[in-house]
Design a protein. Structure first.
Length: 95
C-alpha cells in the first residue's frame, strides 16, 4: 500500500469513528480533534513530526500541539470524547 493510500485509509477510518473528516482545512473543535487522532496514529507508526505534518497539510509545530492535546486527553481527561475515540481506533488498528 502506498503512503497516500495508507493516509486515505486512516483518514477514512478516523472519519468513520469520529464523524468528522480530519483532512478538511476547517478549524472547528471536532475536526481538529479528528486531525489530532490521525496525527497520533501516524506518530505511533514511527513517522516524524515533519513527515506527519507534510502528510496532513500542517507544519511540525501543529503536529506537536496535536500530540500534546492527545496526551492531555488521555492523561488528564481534558477531552473525554477524544479519549474514547482514541481507544476505539487503538482497538481497530491494534496500536
Amino acid at each position: 500500500m502506498t503512503a497516500a493510500m495508507q493516509l486515505d485509509y486512516l483518514a477514512a477510518l478516523v472519519e468513520s469513528v469520529t464523524g468528522y473528516a480530519p483532512l478538511t482545512p476547517r478549524r472547528s473543535r471536532p475536526v481538529v480533534e479528528a486531525r489530532a487522532l490521525l496525527a497520533g496514529i501516524l506518530l505511533s507508526q514511527g513517522q516524524s513530526l515533519t513527515a506527519v505534518g507534510d502528510a496532513i497539510g500542517w507544519n511540525h509545530a501543529t503536529v506537536l500541539y496535536y500530540r500534546t492535546m492527545l496526551d492531555d486527553a488521555l492523561k488528564y481527561g481534558t477531552r473525554p470524547e477524544m479519549a474514547r475515540n482514541w481507544a476505539k481506533l487503538k482497538n481497530i488498528l491494534d496500536l
